[in-house]
Ligand binder design. Sequence first.
Ligand code: ATP
Length: 585
Amino acid sequence: MQFKKLADLFSKLESTSKRLEMIDILSNFFLDIKTTNDFSDLDKIIYLLQGQLVSNIKQFPKLGLAEKMIIEALSLHSGINGKEIKNILLKEGDIGATAELILSKKKKQKSLFDFDKDMEASESSLEISELYSALQKIAKTEGSGSQDIKLGILRSLMRKCSPIETKYLLRIITSTLRVGVSTLTIIDGLAQGFIGDKKARDFIEKAYNQHPDLGDVTLILAKKGIEEVKKIKISYGTPVRNMLASRVSYSEIIDKLGKPCVAEYKLDGERLQIHKMGEKILLFSRRLLEISEQYPDVCQVIRDKIKAKRVILEGEVVAMDHFYEKMLPFQVLSRRRRKYDIEDISKEIPVSIFLFDILMIGDESYIDRIYPERRKKLEEIVEQKDEIRLVDSKQINSTEEMLDFFNEARNAGTEGIIIKSIKNDSFYQAGNRGFLWIKLKGLEGGKLADTVDVVLVGAFYGRGRRKGWYGTYIGAVYDPLNDKFEAFTRIASGWTDEIMETLKSEVKKYEVEKKPSDVICDDKPDQWLIPEIVIEIFGDEITVSDKFSSLGYSMRFPVFQRIRPEKGPKDVTTVEEIKSLYETQ
Ligand code: ATP
């Protein structure tokens, strides 16, 4: 397919913020594709709509294109000097919009005077597949002379693009493509466009939750139909989307889950989804990225101590002291996040994996089994030792028993507990934050009994001792329906100088001149940030306030707790959760 068609689609989608209109635009687009019966680039189109080059569970190799080079390419292409481009970029705040502006002006001038051959060429089309092979080439080019080769490829791409295509091309290569459609909206568009029935969306979503590659799911839908989509199931080598826990006031937990239920320690480590395929072990992170190399010790103990040839498990990996007696906080574990000297750091910081779920064994999916059955199977196949254990769990019959267990868990150095349903519908709900799992992290302090994760969208310079550094950040929560980040609170305390310094260099990569289009915020920070860095905060209470955005809620006395590198911007606390936190505090 021509890239031009996709650029037109992006442009149409960007012109509205209404979800129903977006669904209509998407469904017409998919209906067109269905009629042409050409699905060759369909998976890529889906990823680009999601603002990525590949699916969530894969990573496209790094392109290694610095802003300087992109400006140089644009300068050579347009004949406008680099300095001028930089000035426009400062005003526009986005390289895509800058390119579109410059090139459309240029085009108008040219068509007034001489219709240049070059511009005629720019009307010739770039194919999506061609764009991908060019980007692959750019990523692969290394060593001496590579900069010139990359520049050459970039220029030849630009030559084939109209101004509007260049806008999206540059957003793609700078990872700032955000069309503003959420994955749920794309799924609605697929159901309406390919099947002509809104209800089909549930089957597509279920398939996506078990196989989080929407490009793959879409190809099956387009080529084979909805019946084949219904057959998409959990499989080895592809991570399933995580089941997550909700929050409610502690006095309501037992009512919500029914008696009896079970409570487990909520460990302060990193979630791992473990795929054991004989000797081959794959570990997936909370963001569903493969991180097996980071934990060779966990891979080995899974090989040795799990009595099943093929199995998919979930657990929390926790840093331990050298006697494997005391659990150490997440900050210690986060030191294991590195690419080099993994053996050394594994010895320095030993870990235990605490298993809490099983999703598949042999060829049998366990996702639709109730929790007691899953736990029983887990107990049967784990040979426990220091490095591998089952998470502590207890049957609970009353709020008092739950609170006792909570205190025990906190004394053992955990974050709190997760209380889980054991009723007849206690299935593993992939990709869902429902009420079958409820977390309880705190009772003391202010009214609020839990932390909130926010993504940084803006920063203010500090005063006095912190002059020259950012002293305050604006944290936003996520609205998955509209795919927007809503400013929630200013965070000015809890930072150590060390954290401030780390953050300052981290956020540098995401500084932009203008408010990003997917951020809703009425505050006026000194610096806007592309939503990427996630932090955890704690506060006194959620209050009603429309100070920062249309959200209507904010937090009193927010305090920074920690950076959360294992979470992406869309994994932060949602608008819905903030509302329920407010109602239950
Ligand atoms: P948090 O910010 O609290 O870590 P989260 O967004 O990652 O939350 P939640 O659903 O709120 O996810 O809480 C579940 C998380 O708690 C899991 O992702 C997992 O990492 C961790 N965890 C620790 N112990 C358990 C357990 N026994 N059962 C399930 N999850 C557990």
